[in-house]
Write a protein that binds this ligand. Structure first.
Ligand SMILES: Cc1cc2nc3c(=O)[nH]c(=O)nc-3n(C[C@H](O)[C@H](O)[C@H](O)COP(=O)(O)OP(=O)(O)OC[C@H]3O[C@@H](n4cnc5c(N)ncnc54)[C@H](O)[C@@H]3O)c2cc1C
Ligand code: SF4
Length: 328
């Protein structure tokens, strides 16, 4: 067992100062980090507990919400404004993990949870470029049924695990950060990175940077929105494919649409091609399927996961049909 220090700072400035120390890690609910420490995949010298910080959900001027990074996942899913104005987010959170884990997990920790690639966790027997850069990747020729079909590289084919982040990608959420040079914001779609040659670099976070909040913008399209997760078991399983979608209609045509996919890429995958294909289109199954085909045209299957391509197309089409026929 590695020894480590523990601190519970009283504000974000203090947290950032402590969190900038070498080998310090921020601690949210610990539902991922503590597991990784038990497996010796993470060996922090200092834990900086940020669960007492940024624990509110605030209304923004002009609409929108600012969700503190320390808010528990359950509290976000149960919040009235989230359920009524951004139902896709509440549904995505409730599709993840278990009630006990959601009660502990924080927004910041959910955004930064690590991949569930089994080779990543197998420190004794498997090669993994994410764990040990340059080592090789045993998933590419191995058991890769759950791995990526979009945006992968020859270095890593892992998928991102968060359900919440897929909804945040569809909503175009903004990540608020505190770092050495003060505060900054980033669109969530730019926050997580594709693996390319460096799968060990998973986000645009600078060393020691702290997530302080997630901002939801005041958007009209999100009222008619939902999340569907396809998985091996009906609960307590990560997505094979998931779809977060929002649809705004006008006179039988698509006025605005947002689509993001989970379980298919190294990051929550915003389906920009499908969105572009759908704008102005009539609300028909044919148009929805064509948009799904456009998005998945870039998919590259591995030995065991070609089924995800058709699964993603069908799930996109079905979710859009469900939204289109939902009563306003
Ligand atoms: C059995 C099981 C099943 C699960 N199933 C699902 C599922 O179906 N879908 C799903 O989406 N998730 C699932 N999860 C993952 C779960 O959602 C995550 O473990 C959880 O969201 C992580 O949140 P946390 O607050 O506990 O983070 P922690 O474990 O505390 O931290 C995770 C990472 O975030 C960093 N961190 C935390 N807060 C901040 C901050 N404010 N700023 C910067 N860095 C920070 C930590 O340093 C660490 O690197 C499952 C987990 C388990 C154990
Ligand atoms: S897919 Fe990525 S995380 Fe999994 S073994 Fe390969 S490099 Fe590691």
């Amino acid at each position: 067992m590695n020894t480590f220090t523990y601190a519970r700072p009283g504000d974000a400035a203090e947290a950032h100062r402590l969190g900038s120390a070498i080998e310090a890690k921020y601690l949210g609910g610990g539902t991922n980090l503590v597991d990784l420490m038990r497996e010796a995949l993470e060996r922090p010298a200092a834990l900086v507990d940020v669960t007492g910080l940024s624990t509110t959900i605030e209304e923004r001027e002009g609409g929108g919400l600012l969700i503190g990074a320390g808010v528990r996942n359950t509290a976000v899913a149960e919040h009235h404004a989230v359920r009524t104005r951004y139902p896709v987010l509440a549904r995505a959170i409730l599709a993840g993990a278990s009630a006990q884990i959601r009660n502990m997990a924080t927004v910041g920790g959910n955004v930064l949870q690590r991949t569930r690639c089994t080779y990543f966790y197998d420190d004794d027997g498997a090669r993994c470029n994410k764990r040990t850069p340059g080592q090789g990747c045993d998933a590419i020729e191995g058991f890769n049924r759950t791995h990526a079909i979009l945006g992968a590289s020859s270095a890593c084919v892992a998928t991102h695990s968060s359900d919440m982040c897929v909804a945040l990608a569809a909503l175009g959420a903004i990540v608020h950060l505190r770092g050495t040079n003060g505060e900054r914001t980033l669109p969530i779609t730019d926050f997580h990175l594709l693996p390319e040659g460096h799968p060990e670099t998973e986000t645009a976070l600078q060393p020691g940077e702290l997530i302080t909040a997630i901002e939801l913008l005041p958007v009209s399209f999100a009222v008619r929105s939902t999340y569907r997760k396809v998985r091996d078991r009906s609960s307590y399983a990560f997505a094979l494919v998931s779809v977060a979608a929002a649809l705004e209609l006008n006179d039988g045509k698509v006025k605005d649409v947002r689509l993001a996919l989970g379980g298919v890429a190294h990051k929550p995958w915003r389906a920009f091609k499908a969105e572009a294909a759908l704008k102005g289109q009539p609300v028909t199954e044919t148009a929805f399927r064509a948009a799904a085909e456009a998005e998945l045209s870039a998919a590259v299957p591995l030995r065991d996961n070609a089924f995800k391509i058709e699964l993603a197309k069908r799930t996109i089409t079905a979710v859009l049909m469900e939204l289109a026929t939902e009563k306003a």
